[in-house]
Write a protein that binds this ligand. Structure first.
Ligand code: MLT
Length: 314
């Protein structure tokens, strides 16, 4: 009988799927590397979200491990090279949490334009700052999107009613532009053009292979002083020190970030910067999306263990 270990908090749907398919499943969360190294030889599959760091030591210790399933899309917490060397399949659930992430991105855009967090705080304090708080409208703005994956495509759909111009910087534009055929006002540009023309620049791409930020002070200087940066993809895309400095020197109007260079973010240069809205990597954390990713990864892993069927490998 196959045995599966779920080592991160995940919707109960995942467990249900394994039980239904007569696969043994244990849920043990909050394990450290040593504990996982000791346990992993007992399992044929490991299911994670983002908290478990699946290191090469854990992978090498997994003598019976056939597959690692990520309930979500980013696999930067899994040592892919080591998995490949050890013939272990890594699967994720592309698209399953895209709507949640796109909606959160839109919420951040509107929140920063309309100063919702500031207004909320000040109104709770009884200040009634009706005269001094003024926002900006999203309508007629230029939205720059870095990356054209499932989240960008959904965000573009959500933006349809806002009468915005959408600019994209993506290597896969030609391949994916068919999905945009019903959408007007979308074009693909170079990164420099995107930086200088966007009123709102939103990131929906993977982090660079070496983890080194590709948005630094040089790139930030090319942006409009009235522009906003939104990031719901990965924190190490943008150099946080350079972003903080650009905001403090009025080179940018603001930023709304859901992701950080180091997570969990308990200390960060951007904390307390009044031009920044922060959320704790919750863009995909909706009840709906968490059920979807848990069910999808469990079904994929079952299908691989039982039928040798491989889908959504990375
Ligand atoms: C993802 O990669 O799917 C999202 O960042 C959400 C998550 O970390 O689970």
């Amino acid at each position: 009988m196959f045995k599966v270990l779920i080592s991160d908090n995940m919707d109960a749907k995942a467990q249900e799927v394994f039980i239904k398919n007569n696969i043994d499943v244990d849920i043990k969360t909050g394990l450290n590397e040593e504990e996982l190294i000791e346990l992993i030889p007992n399992y044929n599959a490991l299911l994670v979200r983002s908290a478990t760091k699946v290191t090469s030591k854990i992978i090498s210790a997994g003598n019976n491990l056939k597959v690692i399933g990520r309930a979500g899309s980013g696999v930067d917490n899994i040592d892919l090279e080591s998995a490949k060397k050890n013939n272990i399949i890594v699967m994720n659930t592309p698209g399953a949490n895209s709507n949640a992430t796109a909606e959160h991105t839109l919420a951040l855009i509107l929140s920063i334009l309309r100063k919702i967090p500031l207004s909320n705080k000040s109104t709770h304090e009884g200040k009634w700052e009706k005269k001094s708080i003024k926002g900006n409208e999203l309508s007629k703005k230029v939205i720059g999107l870095v990356g054209l994956g499932n989240v960008s495509l959904r965000l573009i759909e959500l933006l349809e009613g806002f009468n915005v111009k959408i600019l994209i910087y993506s290597n896969s534009f030609e391949k994916r532009k068919i999905s945009l055929s019903n959408i007007s006002n979308v074009s693909n540009l170079s990164l420099n053009e995107l930086l200088s023309e966007s009123d709102i620049l939103s990131f929906h791409c993977k982090s660079s292979m070496d983890g080194i930020p590709f948005i630094n002070s040089n790139e930030l200087k090319k942006m409009k002083k009235t522009a906003y940066i939104i990031n719901t993809s990965r924190g190490n895309i943008i150099n946080e020190n350079d972003l903080n400095e650009a905001l403090n020197n009025n080179l940018l109007a603001g930023a709304a970030l859901d992701v950080f260079s180091k997570e969990p973010a308990v200390k960060n240069i951007l904390f307390k910067n009044p031009k920044v809205i922060l959320t704790p990597h919750i863009a995909a954390s909706t009840f709906e999306a968490q059920i979807k990713v848990a069910e999808m990864i469990a079904l994929q892993v079952c299908d691989y263990l039982v039928n040798n069927k491989i889908v959504n490998t990375v």
